[in-house]
Every structure is written in C-alpha cells, then in structure tokens.
Design a protein around this ligand. Structure first.
Ligand SMILES: Cc1cc2nc3c(=O)[nH]c(=O)nc-3n(C[C@H](O)[C@H](O)[C@H](O)COP(=O)(O)OP(=O)(O)OC[C@H]3O[C@@H](n4cnc5c(N)ncnc54)[C@H](O)[C@@H]3O)c2cc1C
Length: 451
C-alpha cells in the first residue's frame, strides 16, 4: 500500500461511519464534504428530519462501539399505530413482542455524532465546503472545489470511497469510465412533504409516543415518527399530479378541507400546517440501481451512491451502514491495502442485496398505502404474530428485513414474498385465524423455506 490516505467523498451517514471503521485499523482518512459543518452552521441535514434505525444499522454501530450513544437519543417504536378516517386506532406490533422494535433517531444528531467520532481519531480529517468535482481513477485522486473561493485543489489517495449520496460524483465518474456502465433511476409519481407536530401545551407527545403512526388512505398516506423532544415529524406521501395531489391542493382552503376529511385526528396537532404546506418543498422519490460499483483498486461506492431507495421500508440508512460493515469485513479478509480484491468481494456480496432492498422498499410502498388497513392483511398479521410467538425460527417478511441482519436482503425478499403469498391465500379463505391449525401452517411454511 502506498503512503497516501484513504479518500472518502461525503461526510454523510455512510461516509462518516466508514471513516470510523478505517480509523480503527490505524488508517489515515481524508473526507471531503460539499456542505458546511452542520455542528457549527445552522443547516438542515437535508431530506428527512428523523429516521428509523433498526438491527441492520445497529450491528455496525455496535461493532465500532458507539451504539449506546446513538440509541440513548432514540425513541422506541415497537409497532405501527394505524389511524382510520373516523379516528379509530389500531396498534400492529412489528415483531413478536416488545423486545423487537425500531428506533426513531434524529438524522442531524446522528450525522453529527458520527462526524465527531470519526474526527476523534488523530488520522481522520473532514474538509467541509469542499465539493468533489472530478475523480481520476488512474491517478487515484479527486479534485475538490471550495464553496466560497471556488478554488480547486487535487488530492491524491491510496483509494477513493464514494459516500456522496444519490447524486454521487464518484458514481458519475464511474459511469464515464466504463462504456458499459449501467445506471437507472425509477422515479415514483408520488413525492413527499414534511410537516411538524409540536409537543402539547404541557410538553407531552400529542400522539402515542412509542409507535410509528400511519394514516393509510389507499393512493396516499401520512406517517409520523416521534422525536426525543416530544414532537413528531410527519411526512405526507402524496401524488405529484392528478385530482388529489400536491398540484391540486393549491390553496389554504383546499388543504384545510382535505386534512379535515382525511386526517381529522392529526389536524388539531398540526399547528403550522398552512405555512408548512405552502413553504416546505416536495421531495422526489426514486430507486437508483447501478453497476459496476467499483473500479479496480481505485474506487468503491457505499450507501445511496450505489443504491438510493424509496423510504418505505425505513432501510436506506440501515442498508448503507450494512455496506460499511461488509466492506470492512472484505478489507479484513483480503488485508489492508489489497483494495481491488476487497472491492470485488464486496461488490459480489452487496450488489444483489442493494437491488433486493430497493425492490422491497417499493413493495412496502404499496403495502403501507393500500394494504395495512385491509382486513385480509390484518388477519394475516394476526396469524404471523401468533406464528412468531410460537416458533422461534419463524420470521415474517418484515422481521426478516428489519430484525435479522444475519440474513441477506436478497434471501429476506425471496423467502418473505413466498411466505406472504402463502399466508395471504390462506387468509382470503373464510376461516377465522382462531380456528386455523397453526402447527400445520408452520410446517407448510417450513417446507416453503427448506424447499
Ligand atoms: C424522506 C426520507 C426518509 C427516510 N427515512 C429513512 C429511515 O427511516 N430509515 C433509513 O434507514 N433510511 C431512511 N432514508 C434513507 C436515508 O436517508 C439514506 O439511505 C441515507 O442518508 C444514505 O446515507 P449516505 O451517507 O449514503 O448518503 P447521504 O446521507 O445523502 O450523505 C451524502 C453526503 O455526501 C455529500 N456530498 C454529496 N455530493 C458531494 C460531492 N460532490 N462532494 C462532496 N460531498 C458530497 C452530501 O452533502 C452528504 O453529506 C430516508 C430517506 C428519505 C428521502
């Protein structure tokens, strides 16, 4: 290995975590981040305000020794709270019992903590306001431009890790260097808008604290995740165009009437609805798939730069952290400095799983919107819950994806979809779940798994 540092482009969630893994191996790391230091400047971390952190993301945080710091700031969400139009509530647990939950975490807080941890290693430096504008794979260098002075400087490294998100400059450079590089983005015809739900007058949570709230309404939905300060961050996933869409709700009266009709129990708590609806941007939602993710020993992609996905499984960050864990394992397997072989192994292990979680997230988009309120789907959840509580080796699709990090996403997807199809068929029959022969169902599911 030459004496140059590892270059990471992007001090986001994945880039900062990868820097910690490398620093723990004694490597020098230079990170170039296009934005200012969010610990000093008052900038939003971009996109969502809070994120659901689950077991695949927790495992790497455990490995680098910072999981307790992260989770101490989180709010546990052991299930979904479904809100019907007439205000009825139904709680649906995510896992078999309260020991299985996901965590609502502040995106900005987590990113800041990861940067601070990374910088606590002597050989890690983060250069803020430095946007990567060019990548040279032959020279293994990046050219970065200063946000204020526009001065451009070239930095040489021993290898380059692209952690620069969905619009990655490193991925763009890979596209330019391979004649057969494939990169596609499938945009949804739905976008999203964030709305805030402040704490009540006495500083309490306006809704049940320990739940991910969902108002499923067929073609669209509202969700709310709790924050540690007793507020909720709500996200409206909504068609961009059409008779009921961001485009059609074009004045305050229409917005008010629509929320009164569809989200009546949320409305009294959305204190700044009109202002936020008018001013908050509509975010785009797309699935990015690309290949290759690597260039011999010169570069590798991690996180959203390799596989940006829609947020409906709450797995984008979790998958990005899992990338870091697997890449770290590959580096250990092949030896520090043997980048080309480590990257080959990493790509072989991760590409199909990046695709699988992208597909799972799209599938969950339809499930959350259309099915969670469906009586057959609910019957299936009751049955699954019963199975999960009776048999330790039965895991629902949600559980395979969220709580079983030892099972790759691709396996979770194929097995989970087989199980779902089987159970939905069963529940479509007239039988009540109480009169079903659960042991028999379990054995049939086991045969599906083993077959
Ligand atoms: C609405 C929404 C909700 C979500 N909810 C969840 C959730 O609940 N759970 C979950 O697991 N995931 C969730 N995600 C996905 C998650 O946000 C991403 O998967 C995650 O942020 C990816 O991390 P990253 O480090 O790869 O990219 P980012 O977090 O995007 O970081 C990339 C960094 O690179 C920097 N950068 C970009 N270009 C350059 C350049 N040219 N030069 C230098 N720096 C550059 C950026 O400024 C940024 O700091 C959600 C996403 C959205 C949009």
């Amino acid at each position: 290995m030459n004496d140059h540092p590892v270059i990471i482009v992007g001090a986001g969630l994945a880039g900062s975590l990868m820097a910690i893994y490398l620093a723990q191996k004694g490597l020098a790391v230079e990170i170039f981040e296009s934005r200012p230091d969010m610990r000093k400047a008052d900038i939003s971390a971009g996109r969502s305000i809070n994120l659901a952190l689950s077991d695949r993301g927790i495992l790497p945080l455990k490995e680098v020794g910072i999981v307790h710091k992260v989770l101490s700031e989180g709010v546990k969400m052991p299930g979904r709270m479904l809100h019907s139009t007439d205000g009825q509530l139904q709680f649906a647990p995510y896992g078999k019992d309260d020991s299985q939950y996901i965590n609502s975490i502040s995106r900005g807080g987590l990113n800041q903590l990861l940067m601070t941890e990374a910088e606590s290693y002597e050989k890690v430096r983060i250069h803020f306001n430095k946007k990567c504008v060019k990548v040279d794979f032959d020279a293994i260098s990046v050219e970065v431009e200063d946000y204020k002075t526009k001065e451009r400087v070239i930095f040489k490294g021993c290898t380059i890790i692209g952690g620069d998100g969905a619009n990655s400059s490193v991925r763009n450079a890979l596209e330019a260097t391979y004649s057969d590089h494939k990169s596609t983005v499938d945009w949804l015809d739905h976008g999203y808008k964030e709305l805030s739900m402040p704490p009540s007058k006495v500083g309490a949570f306006a809704l049940e604290k320990n739940a991910l709230h969902i108002w499923p309404r067929g073609n669209y939905m509202l969700i709310a995740l709790p924050n540690a300060d007793a507020s909720f961050t709500c996200t409206l996933f909504f068609p961009n165009k059409g008779p009921i869409s961001f485009e059609s709700l074009d004045n305050p009266e229409k917005v008010q009437a629509f929320f009164e009709e569809q989200f009546a129990d949320a409305l009294p708590h959305l204190e700044n609805l009109q202002q936020e609806f008018a001013e908050n941007p509509v975010g785009k939602l797309g699935t990015l798939k690309c290949y290759p993710w690597i260039k011999n020993d010169a570069a590798v992609l991690i996180g959203d730069s390799a596989h940006a996905i829609v947020p409906f499984y709450g797995q984008g960050m979790n998958a990005s952290f899992e990338d870091c864990r697997i890449l770290n394992q590959c580096i250990e397997k092949h030896g520090v400095g043997n980048w080309a072989e480590a990257y080959q192994t990493y790509q072989r292990l991760r590409k199909e799983n990046g695709d699988a979680i992208g597909d799972l997230a799209i599938e969950n988009y339809y499930e959350m919107r259309d099915h969670v309120a469906d009586p057959i789907f609910r019957k299936k959840r009751v049955l699954e819950h019963h199975l999960e509580n009776t048999y330790d080796d039965y895991h629902s699709k949600y559980s395979l994806v969220t709580f079983q990090p030892q099972i790759p996403y691709s396996v979770a997807r194929s097995l989970g979809n087989k199980q779902d199809a089987f159970l939905m068929d069963l529940c479509r029959g007239s039988e009540d779940t109480a009169s079903m022969n659960v042991e028999n169902i379990y054995h049939q599911l086991k045969a599906l798994k083993d077959g």
